[in-house]
Design a protein around this ligand. Structure first.
Ligand SMILES: [Fe+2]
Length: 307
């Protein structure tokens, strides 16, 4: 299937119309600094380096429902760091019935952490009530964007904290009357939410689908980017896999510098999900590189909110 240009300004469909009403301003949110995704295989190394990590990101769904041992574990982690919950199950682009029970549970985690924001993915992961087990891309249409925005706004209102939506990687595009950048802008503008910009996902899509990553970054609403993700993948048969099991490549760091020079980023999070290095210092080095990117963006670390 052909992949339309995801860069802005080339779509033939309707342009982005900015709605009236609440607009999330990342500068109103606390500055977190550079953090690491909490994963149980590196629990001991993380807890041994309290002073080297500004914050942690937790998988929301691993703490649902928030009772018993899960609540105690969450309490121990949040006693040491500012923690932000990152979800996998919202399926904001899905067709599931409104699931207040799930949002109630997410809200409990957000409240227990006193998290400044919560996040999930700009995709759908269920269809007809069936879990797909992966993130599926949405059609880049204004109709779809407005429907997703309505669901995102509802989730944000229900939980009561700012919601960030994360751009995903995709094997193929469904196309539509918008570019990908316009689709993203239409969603966040109409939802009044923010962006979790996964810079590695941008790089991965740019390589696999043959577009210019910098042009894409310049086309999305950078003023709505609150948080970044960075990770490393691997190349298989000429394509990049979003495997989160290797060091963050230099090309991604260069894109990070491009973003932090232009966006009010409040935190960068290093994701490593597998093949953890024997030397935890490698991950700490990546967190340090992220901290440098934030510091180089204009001294915003002065406002760091640290527990
Ligand atoms: Fe990510």
């Amino acid at each position: 299937m052909a992949v339309p240009s995801p860069q802005g300004g080339t779509a033939t469909g309707p342009g982005v119309q900015r709605p009236e009403g609440h607009v999330l301003n990342p500068n109103d949110l606390p500055f977190l600094g550079a953090g690491l995704g909490y994963r149980s295989p590196i629990h001991d190394q993380i807890t041994a380096h309290v002073d080297d990590l500004d914050w942690l990101e937790l998988f929301t769904d691993q703490f649902l429902p928030l009772t018993g041992e899960r609540r105690e574990r969450l309490g121990r982690l949040s006693a040491g760091w500012r923690c932000v919950p990152h979800g996998l199950e919202l399926s904001v682009g899905g067709d599931a019935r409104e699931d207040d029970g799930y949002l109630d549970q997410v809200a409990k985690v957000v409240a227990a952490l006193d998290a400044p924001w919560f996040s999930d993915h700009l995709c759908f992961s269920d269809a007809g009530g069936v879990r797909l087990g992966h993130f599926a891309p949405l059609p880049w249409t204004r109709e779809a964007a407005l429907r997703v925005a309505e669901r995102a706004r509802r989730a944000q209102d229900h939980v009561g904290r700012p919601l960030l939506l994360e751009n995903i990687t995709y094997e193929f595009s469904l196309g539509g009357d918008l570019t990908e950048a316009q689709f993203i802008e239409t969603v966040v503008d109409n939802a009044g939410c923010g962006l979790l910009l996964d810079v590695t996902n941008v790089h991965t899509n740019a390589v696999n689908h043959g577009f210019d990553a910098v042009a894409f970054l310049d086309a999305i609403p950078l003023e709505r980017v609150v948080q970044l993700h960075v990770a490393g993948g691997r190349r298989v048969d000429g394509r990049l896999l979003d495997s989160h099991d290797s060091p963050v490549p230099e090309e991604v760091w260069e894109l990070v510098d491009h973003v932090t020079a232009r966006a009010p980023v409040r935190g960068i999070l290093v994701e490593r999900d597998d093949l953890f290095p024997a030397d935890f210092g490698e991950l700490l080095g990546e967190v340090g590189r992220a901290r440098s990117a934030l510091a180089g963006a204009g001294g915003v670390t002065a406002g760091r909110d640290r527990r």
